[in-house]
Design a protein around this ligand. Structure first.
Ligand SMILES: Nc1ncnc2c1ncn2[C@@H]1O[C@H](COP(=O)(O)OP(=O)(O)O)[C@@H](O)[C@H]1O
Ligand SMILES: O=P(O)(O)OC[C@H]1O[C@](O)(COP(=O)(O)O)[C@@H](O)[C@@H]1O
Length: 315
């Protein structure tokens, strides 16, 4: 069982444009979709699609459209009821696959909401092997909440994966999560440097900058670090070794949910007892399959091209 936590869920509204985005001009959308979103929800949908047990934990009012959407897609979930509506995050999708995301701050959680969410996470995690804490934190939630929840889950013998950014990411390393999933920009936030340069160097075959940065981070957390590098692939750093994988070539339609799908792929393979290099292969296969699908559509096993990922051991 893999439990996911999304303190700041969303309804993802994807607006398809017929041409490249033209700032300051009127453009007509060619397609508009609304899908359940938020990082933990996306991870849980991929895990569910792979046939593994999962529960997504989140805050949302009983009549919120997000819960209707989750019921419609059949995702097992448990929600703490809140008063404010769940946010809407907008993606502008251009024909060449360029995606521009505008994420709202999210529904504020009161101290009582947060206490109930924290208790629900502990309760849902009772049967879990892994708990994935995913995404930004909404207003009202302190930046060290993931660190606090991680300590509580560790005390109960659970393994914890974290995918976040900004202040909650800076606060998590000292809680020693078992797995961190930064992208190149988040890795640079944590250890310094320039994320775009890390990704560009990796795309040109120079893996040393990202290898060194991820090794620094892994030393601080003591756990594994899965650094995703967009079209350049991903790097897995563990106490047993470091591996790089190229991403399978795909026609990109929407990269929204690609990183979440990578994390889900890693956890699916880990849950099945796969060795590190196969976990990495599964992660990039899921990430690239997500990038080839529209909006926030979660990839299924049938969408994967694991042979399209080439794995190299670096150390
Ligand atoms: N343009 C792309 N072509 C192929 N695969 C991609 C592309 N962009 C992302 N991916 C896949 O999705 C994974 C996660 O992407 P990334 O952009 O690093 O994550 P995040 O969404 O967290 O920023 C990558 O490791 C890769 O497998
Ligand atoms: O919590 P954040 O950082 O605002 O991100 C939430 C957004 O990210 C997503 O989870 C997609 O994430 P990735 O593209 O990084 O996989 C969307 O579903 C959601 O709208």
């Amino acid at each position: 069982m893999i439990v996911t936590v999304t303190a700041n869920p969303s309804v993802d509204r994807t607006i398809g444009l017929p041409h490249a985005l033209a700032r300051g001009e009127v453009q007509r959308a060619v397609a508009v979709t609304a899908q359940p979103g938020g990082k933990g929800i996306n991870v849980a949908r991929v895990v569910h699609g792979a046939g593994l047990g999962t529960v997504a934990v989140l805050p949302a009012g009983a009549a919120d459209p997000l819960l209707t959407q989750l019921a419609a897609v059949g995702l097992p979930h448990r929600a703490v009821s809140i008063d404010e509506p769940v946010r809407t995050n907008v993606t502008l999708a251009e024909p060449d696959g360029t995606t521009t995301k505008i994420n709202e701050p999210g529904a504020e959680l009161s101290a009582g909401d947060l206490a109930r969410l924290t208790d629900l996470v502990a309760e849902a995690a009772a049967d879990a092997r892994w708990v994935a804490l995913c995404g930004s934190l909404p207003p009202g939630v302190p930046a060290d909440w993931y660190a606090e929840v991680t300590a509580r889950l560790h005390a109960g013998g659970r393994r914890v994966a974290v995918d976040t950014s900004g202040p909650p990411l800076l606060a998590i390393a000292q809680a020693r999560p078992d797995l961190l999933k930064p992208n190149a920009f988040e890795l640079a936030e944590l250890v310094g440097g320039d994320g775009a340069r890390l990704e560009a160097a990796a795309a040109e075959g120079d893996l040393e900058p990202v290898r060194g940065a991820a090794a620094d981070l892994a030393e601080r957390t003591g756990g594994a670090v899965l650094t995703t590098l967009g079209a350049a692939g991903a790097l897995l750093t563990t106490p047993e070794g470091t591996w790089f994988a190229t991403a399978p070539a795909v026609r990109v339609r929407s990269t929204v949910g690609a990183g979440d799908s990578s994390l889900a792929g890693y956890l699916i393979a880990r849950h099945r007892g796969a060795p590190p290099e196969e976990r990495l292969r599964t992660a990039v296969a899921y990430g690239s399959a997500a990038a080839a699908l529209p909006g926030t559509t979660p990839p299924l096993p049938a969408h994967l091209d694991p042979a399209g990922a080439h794995i190299r051991r670096l150390s």
